[in-house]
Design a protein around this ligand. Structure first.
Ligand code: NPG
Length: 370
């Protein structure tokens, strides 16, 4: 078993091909933290931290992730330098919160560990497909015309499902316009917690448009509100932000607060917990799909491997690299007939291109293991 020799944190600034607006704010570039673990055998493993620049989606944010990694998570993992994902997971579980920061470090260790065995992440997790169906998330644009043009371009590119970001004032009309233009396209919405328990009427007004699901309409701590809404709506309620662990998933299912779950490895603390949630949902007969957080090729590679597990019954937000980035830091993921191929190389199966990594880097730090 190899040991951790050092870690590198790389902060990169990635311009987006178009602004991405959601109910919690607008992004024009992605401020991404990459964690690199280097073993004493000289292997590098990579993990991407999905925290955003500001605490808009969850309480985590990039500066906070850098701090908790450098001051707490990395020192805790390095108490014993063993490069093993389960050992790292167990050590980090003694510290509260910060799932996105934990996931990035755990994934880097998992990647290095798998690379040294010559085993792919998909194989380790139990992938059963060699390619996954892809959907795309459409931000809130300036007008209905702009919305239809953007959705049309994604349908032409081959995406197999469209997700519309909604918020109060940008909901029924947008859904109607897309549904009338494309009567058969699999369609769903995502509110990112923007509604209240008093908004059941407007949410029910979208029932006639044959939506696959409505994602996270209410605040993340309101499981009862989601359960009441699920009774009221024909459209299935899907939780994202509320699902932080196997226990929250189990509770939300038992309470009737969700009948579909969006699994994002960053939100739940990594791929081990993500797989455990997948397994629980499979036992409960609850379909899951893989969310996205504007990942570079590093995070995208690992998400595509996860999305190849058997319970991932719906297309994920596993879009092509070009949906977000003109130039990615890895070789790009390219859509082929609405699908992405699951990487088969050791670990996550992709590496950053050194020159591009250097070009995008705004800050980096080396943390020796001893
Ligand atoms: O395709 O990577 C993607 C983005 C999909 O809409 C998407 N992500 O709420 O699910 C979300 C949203 C998000 C993006 C959340 C970035 C937080 C950060």
């Amino acid at each position: 078993m190899s040991r951790i020799e050092l870690l590198r944190l790389h902060r990169i600034d990635m311009p987006l091909v178009r602004p991405f607006r959601t109910s919690f704010g607008e992004q024009r570039a992605r401020d991404v933290l990459l964690v690199e673990v280097v073993t004493d055998a000289g292997t590098s493993g990579w993990g991407e931290c999905v925290a955003m620049e500001w605490p808009g989606y969850s309480y985590e944010y990039v500066d906070g992730a850098v701090d908790v990694l450098a001051e707490h998570l990395i020192p805790t993992v390095l108490q014993d330098r063993e490069c093993h994902p389960v050992a790292a997971h167990d050590r980090m579980s003694r510290l509260m919160g910060h799932p996105m920061a934990k996931a990035s470090l755990e994934t880097a260790i998992l990647d290095a560990w798998l690379r040294e065995q010559g085993r792919s992440l998909g194989d380790y997790l139990g992938a059963v497909k060699d390619a996954v169906d892809c959907g795309v998330s459409v931000g809130i644009p300036s007008s209905i015309d702009a919305l239809l043009a953007e959705v049309g371009s994604y349908i032409d590119a081959g995406y197999r499902r469209i997700k519309l970001k909604i918020e109060p004032g940008w909901d029924v009309e947008a859904v109607r316009a897309v549904r009338e233009t494309w009567p058969d396209i699999p369609l769903q919405t995502d509110a990112n917690q923007a509604y209240t328990r008093n908004d059941a009427d407007v949410l029910a007004a979208m029932d006639p448009y044959d939506l696959l699901l409505v994602e996270q309409p209410l605040p993340e701590d309101d499981l009862l509100g989601h359960a009441q809404l699920a009774q009221r709506l024909e459209t299935p309620v899907c939780l994202d932000e509320s699902i932080l662990s196997v226990a929250t998933a189990d509770s939300a299912i038992a309470f009737g607060a969700t009948s579909v779950i969006n699994i994002k490895p960053g939100r739940v603390g990594g791929y081990l917990e993500a797989k455990a949630i997948h397994d629980l949902c499979a036992e409960r007969g609850v379909p899951v799909w893989c969310g996205g957080m504007l990942e570079t090729g590093i995070g995208r590679a690992a998400n595509v491997a996860l999305a190849a597990l058997p319970g991932f019954a719906l297309p994920g937000d596993t879009s092509a690299s070009s949906r977000y980035y003109a130039v990615d830091v890895t070789p790009p993921f390219v859509l082929d007939d609405g699908r992405l191929r699951v990487p088969t190389g050791p670990g996550i199966g992709v590496d950053p291109i050194p020159e591009l990594l250097a070009e995008f880097t705004t800050w980096s730090a080396v943390i020796p293991a001893r």
